[in-house]
Write a protein that binds this ligand. Structure first.
Ligand code: ZN
Ligand code: ZN
Length: 408
């Protein structure tokens, strides 16, 4: 058999619960979605506990599971995912943190954890504090959106098991403490970095101007969420496939980069409600021409869920359906296509929930069951039954005739 290509489409947080205003239907049940329903009709369906039954997934742990990793074994914190998303190249053993630019007073008390949600000048501040060396460890700092940034430590003898400097509320700045004897050096380096960078930030042109304008200066970096990428073997090595991703959100892009995917910037793919669905469809089709596996994430459903906006969620379903329609219509060959979600974000909950998500797979060796519609309830009677997120990638590889034989 010739190996088929694979396309995984993840509708972030689109899965939901019944909504009173939608005749007690879920947004997926209520919306018009001919392309999604066609995929269900021509394929095999089920529901999926993305991380595990009764576990509420974060988008990060969920995506690791969808790519076939055990999040309990490989997830060490959000730092590396954010850093990779911000375009910092990570090597095995590096330790990465998420950071805030914040405002601290003379007594070391944080008066604003987001430095007045600083909007400009953080690039200049980041350039002033990146590149220093402490104890033989190279320090890389890169600004993110608004008050956010990432810190990466590169060097020997590092360990991510250190406590946060960020107290997660206004008040005294914390010292990073080693949570394992192996992490003593790392804690020391982070503490020293915060000290060194504070002096540089306080004296910077950007902050002088902010004080003059009556704005809180961004005079301290607060690292948190330390993690390392030690345990992650890229998908390219693990399955011997070439991979690419179409995603707008920094965090999801970061995960895709870490697992070895090509992640081109797609004009119009914003990760917001205004994302360009047609641009995403075109990019995915283009990438399918020279990759074995293409992954697409659409964030908008999660945003509508967090906002508790069921009308918006119905519109997002219909927009994703339009995107899927373009992909299915213009697909030149037999591709194994999986459509699912990373978790539910029910509009009545306004947060992620542990509810299993619907899944449909068509093409290649996928069987055809009797399911005719793609939603949380219809898919539950499909032949995939109730599966785990970690099993999706091997399942797709099997249907694409790329699985390896075990035994004689
Ligand atoms: Zn998500
Ligand atoms: Zn969310």
């Amino acid at each position: 058999m010739t190996a088929k290509k694979m396309l995984m489409i993840v509708c972030d947080g689109l899965s939901d619960r019944p909504v009173r205003e939608l005749d007690n239907k879920t947004p997926l049940q209520f919306a018009k979605k001919p392309a999604m329903d066609a995929l269900s009709r021509h394929g095999v369906n089920g529901t999926m506990d993305v991380v595990g039954p009764g576990v509420i997934p974060g988008s990060d742990t969920a995506h690791l599971a969808l790519f076939g990793y055990d999040p309990y074994a490989v997830y060490t914190g959000r730092g590396p995912l954010e850093a990779a998303g911000a375009g910092v190249a990570l090597d095995r053993g590096d330790v990465a943190f998420r950071c805030n630019f914040a405002t601290v007073d003379k007594n070391g008390m944080i008066t604003d954890r987001r430095a007045g949600r600083i909007k400009s000048g953080t690039d200049e501040l980041a350039r002033a504090i990146t590149g220093m060396e402490i104890d033989g460890v190279e320090i890389i700092f890169k600004e993110g959106s608004e008050h956010r940034g990432v810190l990466v430590l590169k060097g020997k003898g590092l360990d991510h098991r250190v406590s946060d400097i960020d107290p997660h509320r206004e008040g005294r700045v914390l010292e990073s403490r080693p949570l394992s004897p192996k992490a003593e050096k790392t804690a020391k380096v982070v503490n020293q970095f915060v000290k060194n960078s504070s002096a540089i930030l306080a004296a910077s042109r950007v902050n002088m101007q902010r004080v003059k304008d009556g704005l809180p200066p961004a005079n301290i970096i607060l690292p948190r969420g330390a993690g390392s990428t030690r345990a992650l073997e890229p998908l390219t090595d693990r399955y011997g496939i070439t991979c690419a991703a179409v995603a707008g959100v920094t965090l999801v892009k970061g995960i895709c980069r870490i697992v070895g995917m090509d992640v081109p910037d797609v004009a119009g793919a914003t990760g917001g409600l205004d994302t360009d669905y047609k641009a995403k469809a075109d990019a995915a089709l283009r990438l399918l021409q020279n990759h074995d596996f293409v992954f697409v994430n659409v964030k908008a459903g999660d945003i509508a869920g967090h906002d508790g906006d069921f009308r918006m969620k119905v519109r997002v379903v219909e927009s994703i359906d339009m995107m899927l329609g373009i992909m299915l219509k213009d697909m030149k060959e037999d591709v194994v296509v999986a459509l699912t979600c990373d978790h539910s974000t029910p509009v009545v909950v306004k947060e992620h929930s542990a509810d299993p998500v619907p899944i449909a797979i068509s093409g290649g060796g996928a069987r055809v069951d009797g399911v005719r519609e793609f939603d949380e309830i219809s898919c539950a009677s499909g032949a995939l039954g109730r599966m785990r997120g970690m099993d999706l990638m091997p399942t797709m590889l099997g249907m694409a005739d790329r699985a390896r034989k075990f035994g004689a």
